[in-house]
Design a protein around this ligand. Structure first.
Ligand code: GTP
Ligand code: MG
Length: 316
């Protein structure tokens, strides 16, 4: 076993605060690999965080999330913002692969020192997405990003989970085969703070807008009525309006307390994730009971699973 070169944490954190892209990348790798130095790193970073608005983008495959992300980066940069982009792939154990296409799309921003782009895989991460993503977001935040765009890659319930770590969630839909409301997975429509009908250059846009409007009306008890915006992301159309909607959302949410409530919920989930990960890792040592031995008793019908769980938790 070769010893890892010691990391000069103070220097690294200092460089991240200064917005040095390489340092940001290095710290994100520590997050992704669940490095033992993370607790210390995070405590160093803590004072520099809390500023960035985290914007989650979700929607069916091919609806235009990456194109919209790239267009938003352009528009936010024009407004002088520093921007982070985090593409999360919860289904893949390593970075790269599926995200390659997105990297090409992001190429125009690749040399911009005020844009940080990172793709991250969370499968196999201790504590999973609920722990890894908030920590990564904190790194962008500490690097003085004003906005962090969070795109989910892959499929599954993870979309909803990722939305849970964002300050505001954009649900993207598009007219045409397979991109409309019926294509949205269960639970995704409920999490939309802002609806974006992308590919508004296509036929069926107005019908889709009516459909979304009808659906929003059903949940009209909400304090915030989600607006519906039209975009043609490939041409950058409607993106300034989308940026304005994000600003409006933040102002409103800060006013009503929704902002703070969401961040509380996010912190709660993150702490819970860390606790559960620790419990899982410590399971054998916490009670002194041996999981394998207990499992054998369950297999042989000498303990019920409930009794076994009790034994694991209490040692009795
Ligand atoms: N006509 C039209 N095509 C668009 C628009 N926006 C994006 N597209 C095209 O739709 C395709 C998919 O766009 P992406 O941005 O990769 O979609 P995505 O949601 O990120 O896709 P996944 O990451 O694979 O889920 C690309 O070929 C885009 O060029 C638009 O406004 N109008
Ligand atoms: Mg994409």
């Amino acid at each position: 076993v070769t010893a890892r070169a010691p990391i000069d944490l103070a220097a690294l954190v200092g460089e991240v605060r200064g917005g040095r892209p390489r340092a940001v990348g290095r710290l994100l790798s520590l997050v992704e690999n669940d490095d033992p130095a993370l607790p210390e790193v995070m405590s160093e970073l803590a004072v520099s965080t809390g500023h960035a608005q985290v914007v989650g983008l979700t929607g069916a495959p091919g609806v235009g999330k990456s194109t919209t992300t790239a267009a938003l980066v352009r528009s936010l940069r024009a407004a002088g913002q520093r921007v982070g982009v985090l593409a999360v792939d919860p289904s893949s154990p390593f970075s790269g692969g599926a995200l390659l296409g997105d990297r090409v799309r992001m190429q125009e921003h690749a040399l911009d020192e005020e844009v940080f782009i990172r793709s991250m895989a969370t499968r196999g991460h201790l504590g999973g997405l609920a722990v890894a993503v908030p920590q990564a977001l904190r790194v962008f935040d500490a690097a003085s990003c004003d906005t962090v765009l969070l795109e989910t890659v892959g499929v599954g319930q993870s979309e909803v989970e990722v939305a849970g770590v964002a300050d505001v969630t954009l649900v993207l839909l598009a007219p045409g085969a397979g991109d409309g409301i019926q294509a949205a997975k269960a639970g995704v429509l409920e999490i939309g703070d802002i609806f974006v009908v992308n590919k508004a250059d296509r036929e069926g846009t107005q019908a889709l807008v009516r459909e979304i409007r009808g659906m929003i009306a059903l949940g009209s008890t909400k304090a915030w009525k989600p607006p519906i915006l039209l975009t043609v992301a490939v041409r950058g159309e409607g993106i300034e309006e989308l940026q304005a909607a994000l600003e409006k959302y933040r102002a409103r949410a800060e006013e009503t307390g929704r902002w703070a409530t969401r961040r509380l919920e996010r912190a709660r989930r993150e702490v819970e994730g860390l606790v559960l990960a620790r419990l899982r890792a410590d399971l054998r040592t916490v009670s002194g009971a041996d999981l394998d031995a207990v499992a054998a008793l369950v297999r042989d019908g000498r303990l019920t699973a409930h009794q076994a769980a009790e034994r694991m938790l209490t040692g009795l």
